[in-house]
Structure formats: C-alpha cells, structure tokens
Design a protein around this ligand. Structure first.
Ligand SMILES: CC(C)(COP(=O)(O)OP(=O)(O)OC[C@H]1O[C@@H](n2cnc3c(N)ncnc32)[C@H](O)[C@@H]1OP(=O)(O)O)[C@@H](O)C(=O)NCCC(=O)NCCS
Length: 147
C-alpha cells in the first residue's frame, strides 16, 4: 500500500467517486452532496493506493496555521479493519506537524467515533444531530487530537 497526496484532475475525479461510494451512496444522498461540505480553504487530499486502486482517503482542510480539520475520511468497505484508516491518520499527522500546528479536528459520525478514539482523538463538547444523518440513526461528535 502506498499513501500519497493526489494532485491531478483525473485523480481528483476518482477521489470524488470513491468518497461518494463509501460515504454517501449507502444512504442514498444526492450525488453532489459533497458540495455541501466543502470549505473555501486550502486542503490536503491524501490517498492510500493498492496499485492504481484507491483503498482509502482523507480530505483535510487547513482552518488556520494551528488547526486542520478532517472533513472526509473513508476506507473501501472490503478493506475496513485492516489498519488503512490508522495509517492514513498517522501520515496526516506526519504531514501537518510543524512548529505552529496544534490540533486536528473532526466531526465524527457516531459510527466511527471508536476509530478516532483509537487514533487518540478525544470527544469535545456534546454530540449533535445533522438532519442528513439523523434519520439513519447517526449523530455527530466533535473530536480533537492535540499534537
Ligand atoms: C471509520 C474508518 C475510516 C476506519 O478505517 P479502518 O481502516 O476501517 O480502521 P483501522 O483498521 O485503521 O482501525 C484502527 C483501530 O480502530 C478500530 N476501529 C475501526 N473502525 C472502528 C469503528 N467504526 N468503531 C470502533 N473502532 C473502530 C479498529 O478495531 C482498530 O483498533 P485496534 O487499534 O485495537 O486494532 C472506516 O471504517 C470507514 O471508512 N468507515 C465508513 C465511513 C466512515 O464512517 N467514515 C468516517 C466519517 S466521520
């Protein structure tokens, strides 16, 4: 498995499809739902490949010099539980760690909160409902990893 940042438009299109298939298609969300989650900020697109195939990905936005937010995180369904996600988080930490970066934030689905906890993230504040996920029995828990 190789983990690297992607840059080309072709890989961006593949990433968009990959995120859709893992994160939103199972809930029958609109195909363009990712637009709702976009931030107008610089971001890192980190992908785990097996050959040419995407196995997992993180999209993280720089909120400031000291904070970055994991906005999307997905591992291919038949590869989940094989440390792909943990390896991606570890690589993100290596990439962003510098003298000013202090924290990685995530709004974790309740179904993935345990994964982030295993990666060292701590819950911050109360969980809340997002109308898109509430009907699927999923709430959202803000979590932080202090670097
Ligand atoms: C959540 C997700 C990214 C985790 O990636 P993964 O590759 O399956 O996780 P890993 O194999 O690296 O797991 C690392 C550790 O977290 C644990 N873990 C993984 N998913 C978990 C979950 N949903 N709940 C509790 N623990 C979990 C693993 O057991 C492992 O524990 P260990 O250190 O004791 O062995 C992946 O399962 C996924 O894409 N899920 C669907 C989409 C999703 O929920 N994305 C996050 C949106 S906020």
């Amino acid at each position: 498995m190789q983990i690297r940042q992607i840059t080309t438009p072709k890989e961006q299109t593949e990433l968009d499809q990959f995120l859709w298939e893992v994160l939103w298609q199972p809930f029958d969300f609109a195909r363009d739902v990712r637009q709702k989650f976009k931030l107008d900020k610089p971001h890192i697109d980190l992908v785990a490949f097996d050959g040419d195939s995407m196995m997992g990905a993180i999209v993280a936005y720089y909120l400031s010099d000291s904070e970055i937010e994991i906005r999307h995180m997905a591992v291919k369904s038949d590869m989940q539980g094989n440390s792909v996600g943990k390896n991606l988080v570890d690589r993100l930490i290596t990439l962003v760690t510098n003298q000013t970066m202090q924290r990685i934030k995530v709004y974790a689905r309740s179904t993935s909160q345990g994964f982030y906890a295993r990666c060292g993230f701590k819950p911050v504040g109360l969980c809340f409902e997002n109308p898109l996920f509430e009907k699927h029995g999923i709430s959202i828990q803000p979590m932080h990893l202090d670097l």
